[in-house]
Write a protein that binds this ligand. Structure first.
Ligand code: TPP
Length: 532
């Protein structure tokens, strides 16, 4: 499988020159091979990934070609899902503290994705230094611009406050260079994000499985060829007397030889070992159990236990960030779990997000890939679905897809379950669905002591954890309230607990059902049945 980047080279190369490799961050798309080479990626490595070999970077044979990933060059892991990189780029930008810039790119078609709007919105609210580089080749496979966007991309999106919008002829060296100088100045000054729309030709097919003659006339194909940035750049060099034809020919010859050599080296790289297939599902972590209780204190509820766990962990680790809808004070979340956190740690560490679940999870991914530890809240499990692409298609597989180059220590707390007269949209139990997603750990505590210790273990886990909090036992006192574990008490994830010993029948359950199971066990004991 092969996706050509022909026609898109100039914008990529110049972006690498005007931004700072290894200092700035780059979330490219599949037509950005020229950018990635100009950033310093080893050509042999790009070829090896193309041949599905065990390359050092770019997924080590796991992904299709041109899905770039290299942590030495600040290129976080990319998926195939067009547009999902925008919010992750915004998350990376939210983490940065100096004058770094985050480059994120796509074709024109990807700007139809809702995530594009969410990313422009969030980055404009926070004036984040994100360069949205849209490479507008007028087609998304065969779908034309007219069928794709209600007007020019620049016009459709220009209304965001703090967003600078620039149009560029992406085949013209001077036009593209000047636009990048203007964009970089604006971004380094932290005035807000930049949307740069470059008109480029897509020379050739979308991919090897596509035939453009089915939807482009010969006239269009010829017109596009005239916008090929490489011969146009050669002409510019000759006209300006920067290089002679001889010098250009020598550069071309040497480049071809170099590329041939690198391709030959790549063919000698081994294929990934079959035994490695499940090795990068979860990053290993060892937690040693330690349980002590605070003496002379009344039992606490699950709600208090979670709030205390968050406070204690945030005190110990300034990389922990809490965010979600309504989580900041004075509200502190619709169930009050995050109450007091923004007052205590500032709104830099506990902040409200727009009402957009994809934003929350996409942001968490980007933040976590820079070393932050996001502990975000989805207001109700019933509303996780609008963030499902970021959760399932993106977050869950990043450690595997990057062959361990990136891991995402993200905790997503979600109130869940029924019994509060919530109807179909405040009662859903989503754990069966999520438990079938490889790469996610699912936690669902049944009482206050477990809730506190498991939330701490989840925050210390280097993998994505979905932490399900049953709404009906948040404040329940009879069963769920317990003595409070001390600050350094912790239990590892994934270890079952026997809460009631018995010999005849075993019930395996979690969350609020533990309370009912214990109640049933006690009743059955009176009838002579011993339940564990
Ligand atoms: C969310 C999603 N839907 C569909 C696809 C299949 N697909 C791959 S590339 C592509 C077209 C993208 O067009 P555009 O964003 O304009 O970029 P271009 O390929 O033209 O550079 C489509 C539909 C996908 N990868 N992801």
């Amino acid at each position: 499988f092969f996706l050509s980047h022909s026609g898109h080279e100039l914008i990529g190369i110049l972006s690498a020159f005007h931004l700072k490799p290894k200092k700035d961050y780059f979330l490219p798309y599949y037509r950005d091979r020229a950018l990635v080479i100009a950033l310093g990626s080893d050509l042999k490595d790009i070829f090896a990934a193309f041949l599905a070999r065990d390359s050092i970077h770019h997924s080590s044979g796991r992904m299709m070609p041109d899905h770039f990933c290299d942590n030495t060059l600040n290129i976080p892991c990319q998926s195939s899902c067009v547009g999902s990189q925008f919010l992750q780029a915004v998350g990376v930008a939210k983490a940065l503290e100096n004058d770094e810039i985050v480059y994120v790119s796509s074709g024109d078609g990807a700007t139809s994705q809702g995530d594009f709007h969410e990313a422009l919105n969030f980055s404009s609210i926070y004036k984040l230094p994100v360069l949205f580089s849209i490479q507008d080749n007028e087609y998304a496979i065969s779908t034309t611009k007219k069928e794709q966007t209600a007007g020019s991309i620049e016009n459709v999106f220009k209304g965001y406050e703090n967003l600078k919008v620039i149009s560029v002829d992406g085949s013209n060296y001077l036009d593209t260079s000047n636009a990048l100088i203007e964009a970089v100045k604006y971004l380094r000054a932290k005035k807000g994000p930049v949307l740069m729309v470059s008109k480029v030709p897509r020379l050739g097919a979308h991919s090897i499985s596509d035939d453009p003659k089915k939807y482009k006339t010969e006239e269009i194909i010829q017109k596009e060829l005239k916008k090929d940035p490489i011969p146009l750049f050669e002409k510019f060099l000759l006209d300006e007397k920067i290089l002679s034809q001889n010098e250009i020919d020598t550069i071309k010859k040497e480049s071809f030889e170099f590329v041939e050599n690198e391709a030959e080296k790549a063919e000698k790289v081994d294929f990934p070992k079959v035994e490695s297939v499940d090795k990068k599902l979860f990053k290993p972590i060892e937690i040693i159990e330690k349980i002590d209780f605070i003496k002379d204190q009344e039992p606490i509820t699950i709600m208090d236990a979670l709030n205390h766990a968050l406070k204690e962990e945030m005190e110990d680790n300034s990389n922990i960030l809490v965010f979600g809808q309504d989580v900041a004070d004075k509200k502190g979340g619709v169930f009050g779990i995050t109450r007091g956190l923004s007052d205590k740690f500032s709104k830099k560490r506990c902040f409200n997000t727009p009402l957009a679940e994809s934003t929350i999870i996409g942001l968490a991914i980007g933040l976590s890939m820079t070393g932050k530890i996001p502990v975000c809240e989805i207001q109700f499990s019933d509303y996780i679905w609008t963030g499902m692409n970021q959760l399932v298609n993106e977050l869950a597989s990043i450690y595997y897809r990057s062959n361990g180059e990136y891991n995402c220590p993200v905790v997503i707390r979600i109130p869940t379950g029924g019994y509060i007269q919530g109807g179909p949209y405040h009662s859903q139990s989503i754990e069966a669905f999520l438990a079938h997603v490889p790469g996610l750990k699912i936690v669902a505590p049944s009482n206050a002591k477990d809730a506190k210790m498991l939330l701490k273990a989840s925050i210390k886990d280097p993998n994505p954890v979905v932490f399900l909090e049953h709404k009906a036992i948040y404040r329940q006192r009879n069963f769920a309230a317990t003595l409070e574990p001390t600050k350094d008490s912790i239990i590892p994830l994934g270890k079952a607990n026997v809460v009631h010993e018995g010999e005849d029948v075993t019930i395996v359950c979690y969350s609020m059902m533990v309370m009912y199971a214990v109640e049933i066990a006690r009743k059955l004991k009176k009838e002579g049945i011993s339940v564990e």
